[in-house]
Ligand binder design. Sequence first.
Ligand code: SF4
Length: 159
Amino acid sequence: MVKVTGGQRLDIFGIKKEDLPAVWADRNAAGMVSGHAYAKALRTVKTCVGSNWCRFGTQDSTGLGIKTEQMTWGSFMPHKFKIAVSGCPRNCAEVGLEYIKKRIVEDVEGRVALTARFHFSQRFMQDDPWAKRAAGEDYKLHQHLAEIRPLAAPALVAA
Ligand code: SF4
């Protein structure tokens, strides 16, 4: 089953474990990074359709979402973390804005310091573990642990 998520991701289900590295390799070759589905990390940058497609849209929320995700993927956090971008105050991408506004919009010094720290950390963090595995690292992780076969019947020995 393939499911397109609200965060513009493709959930692909039912792939055999041993086939995953080849799937990751195909996706990397197509220019996609596998999502950190269960990680304490940035999971996704969700967007509404924005000014390209919505009559209420005043901004290109999808474009900003793409840029934001390209900048932030691979950032690990104390908890799962999602960002969302809406194209107008109707807020279809659903963000709790008040705290963010206080820390990011109103506190300019704090914003500059946080931005510098974040960009510095990203220099070391944008490291795609699925691409590494697709290229051969830890290849045994996705093999069967054992091959189970029926035991051969013992040879009969004449008395
Ligand atoms: S937040 Fe909703 S109404 Fe506003 S641009 Fe996005 S989709 Fe349209």
